[in-house]
Design a protein around this ligand. Structure first.
Ligand SMILES: [Zn+2]
Length: 329
């Protein structure tokens, strides 16, 4: 049975899968992204997935950006050991197969278009709202990658030209308002005390402005001050947590309406860890879109949560590989 090798590379996890033409994952594996010698770990992962079966026809890779598609190199922000790393050539040399490269969020969008919530959409924006905000466009079924592979960087669209400075160097980027850490940052600065969904003031915590930051690594505990805890508290009615999501959703709505106006989006699919917040994100997002969008075709854009979840990136990488395989045939 024909198959391709799909690879998804992020700052915390490497994933690979063998995928057939219908999108079924025949075999898959993941492992943590090491701080150094990432290529050694990736080679072992590829061997684990492809080792004792028939060779795949092509390879598709989705990798955290930025990238330079013309050169086939990647410089993922969260992977300091890769700067201008020739990923495409390295994987091509390792496997001996035609190899396609795209951004991880571009692959998420392509995967949702192929198998998920974006199926049938003629103009799709996929958004990953997580530690940062990434995105990808699929227009008439084809991923819009851009000359250097950086199209779809919607997280760094300016939604407030008078806004605060973003880590990218720009000003008023949507990521600065709506990413997981920035939702939590704003909430903490405005009096959110994690794990107190009744919203009551607690003098013992109110005076301790560092409590959240200290606890931010204690995942799964009541004191964690991350976006997951914020979503839980917003669902429980904590007014500051609710306000944080409303503010983040409003920034996302500005970006979505602007992108819709630029390329006549018909659908937006939102994935990433923050999208798991559910109605506390999607309800205020729908209200904000209704407020900021004017033109009928902008108002018509449909916004839905991911249906593939973390598998969307691998699905898109597989689709990239299949397109390469057909081109080569
Ligand atoms: Zn920015």
């Amino acid at each position: 049975m024909a198959r391709v090798l799909a690879i998804d590379i992020g700052g915390t996890k490497l994933a690979a899968a063998l995928v057939d033409e219908t999108g079924s994952m025949l075999r898959s594996a993941t492992r943590p992204t090491p701080r150094t010698d990432v290529m050694v770990a990736l080679a072992a992962l590829i061997e684990e997935v492809t080792g004792d079966g028939p060779a795949p026809e092509a390879v598709g890779i989705g990798c955290a950006g930025p990238l330079d598609l013309a050169a086939g190199t990647v410089s993922p922000v969260n992977m300091p050991s890769w700067r201008g790393f020739p990923l495409r050539d390295e994987v091509r040399a390792l496997t001996g197969l035609p190899t396609m490269l795209a951004g991880d969020a571009q692959c998420m969008a392509l995967g949702e278009h192929w198998l998920g919530a974006g199926r049938g959409s003629s103009s799709l924006l996929g958004i990953v709202v997580s530690t940062g905000i990434g995105g990808g466009l699929v227009i008439d079924g084809v991923p819009l990658l851009g000359p250097n592979g950086n199209a779809g960087h919607v997280g760094h669209m300016t939604i407030d030209p008078y806004g605060e400075r973003c880590e990218c160097g720009g000003r008023g980027c949507v990521e600065h308002y709506s990413s997981g850490p920035n939702l939590a940052r704003w909430a903490l600065a405005n009096g959110w005390t994690p794990g107190r969904p009744d919203g009551l003031d607690d003098p013992a915590h109110a005076l301790d402005g560092t409590a959240g930051a200290q606890n931010s690594t204690a995942s799964g505990q009541n004191g964690a001050a991350d976006a997951r805890a914020l979503a839980r508290d917003a669902a429980g009615g904590d007014p500051v947590a609710v306000a944080a999501f409303e503010r983040g959703a409003r920034a996302l709505a500005g970006m979505i309406a602007s992108t819709a106006a630029a390329v006549e989006l018909t659908k937006v699919v939102i994935g990433g860890g923050v999208s798991a917040a559910g109605p506390v994100l999607f309800d205020p997002l729908a209200r904000a879109l209704d407020d900021v969008a004017g033109l009928a075709f902008v108002r018509a854009v449909k916004v839905e949560p991911t249906t593939l979840g973390v598998r969307a990136g691998l699905a898109g990488a597989a689709k990239l590989a299949w397109s390469q395989s057909r081109t080569a045939a």
